[in-house]
Design a protein around this ligand. Structure first.
Ligand SMILES: NC(=O)c1ccc[n+]([C@@H]2O[C@H](COP(=O)([O-])OP(=O)(O)OC[C@H]3O[C@@H](n4cnc5c(N)ncnc54)[C@H](OP(=O)(O)O)[C@@H]3O)[C@@H](O)[C@H]2O)c1
Length: 243
């Protein structure tokens, strides 16, 4: 990926941070976004720069439509082009149906769906042939293993329709769009030593949590030239959660 530029939303921690570093290891310059964890974002920038690549951390709330749209031009301005967009920023709000407020619904849909839509909408015209839009969904779009997932599963399921439609719209320009569904992955959002971890690990075929690097590996594959014939696909990295 030498000479390519990637933008990873929510790249300060967890799956996004691992993805940003992995793309840099493959040769890309990388812009990441964050919303709160400035120090963690700067640490990711330092890790990428130590690999000899350029890096940039942009504070931008994916739930704010103007900020979600603006990150693309900020990244292009600083790094010169855009080849790979990884829509990773997301919020996980679980809870009984009756506990979810309208504000909860609006916030989760704004970050997990509208932010992905808007950033992709601005990014696609900036990409040349070979461009890649890779979105992080969730295993909960394919199997909801217990109660409490109504809002989160709704938001992540919307990304399947968006990804397929993007693939159809951009295929003629040589740009692919794919959706990666992680299973339970050990991050701040879903720690492998959390109270719900044993049930989640038990819902996989392999009986364990995944690592952020295991998801980043799939994203890196989709970003490469060799994945040019993979588009509109939903790819699970879920330890068999959907099996
Ligand atoms: N972990 C899992 O088990 C799992 C499973 C399936 C899917 N996923 C999905 O994978 C993605 C990454 O999850 P993760 O587990 O790595 O989460 P995480 O550890 O909580 O990290 C979330 C990242 O997204 C950023 N972020 C959160 N809200 C944002 C917003 N409004 N605007 C911009 N950035 C925002 C955070 O930035 P700050 O550091 O500034 O807060 C952070 O970099 C999410 O889309 C999540 O739904 C995770």
């Amino acid at each position: 990926m030498n000479g390519k530029v990637a933008l990873v939303t929510g790249g300060s921690r967890g799956i996004g941070a691992a993805t940003a570093v992995r793309l840099a290891q493959e040769g890309a310059d990388v812009a990441i976004t964050y919303v709160r964890a400035k120090e963690a974002a700067e640490d990711v920038v330092r890790r990428i720069e130590a690999l000899g690549r350029r890096a940039l951390a942009l504070c931008a709330d994916a739930g704010d439509a103007a900020e979600a749209a603006g990150v693309v031009d900020r990244a292009v301005e600083a790094l010169g082009r855009l080849d790979v967009l990884v829509n990773n920023a997301g919020v996980g709000l679980l809870g009984p149906l009756e506990s979810l407020s309208l504000a909860d619904v609006d916030r989760v849909l704004a970050v997990n769906v509208r932010g992905v839509f808007v950033t992709s909408q601005v990014a696609a015209p900036r990409m040349a042939r070979g461009g890649r839009i890779i979105t992080i969904g969730s295993c909960m779009t394919q199997r909801v293993p217990g109660p409490g997932g109504t809002l989160y599963a709704t938001s992540k399921s919307a990304l399947a329709g968006l990804t397929k439609a993007l693939a159809r719209e951009l295929g003629g320009r040589g740009i692919t769009a794919n959706l990666v569904h992680p299973g339970p992955v050990d991050t701040d959002m879903n720690p492998a030593d959390g109270p719900y971890a044993p049930a989640q690990a038990g819902a996989t075929a392999v009986g364990r949590y995944g690592s952020p690097e295991e998801v980043a590996s799939m994203v890196a594959y989709l970003a490469r030239r060799e994945a040019a014939y993979v588009t509109g696909a939903e790819l699970s990295v879920d330890g068999g959660h959907a099996a």
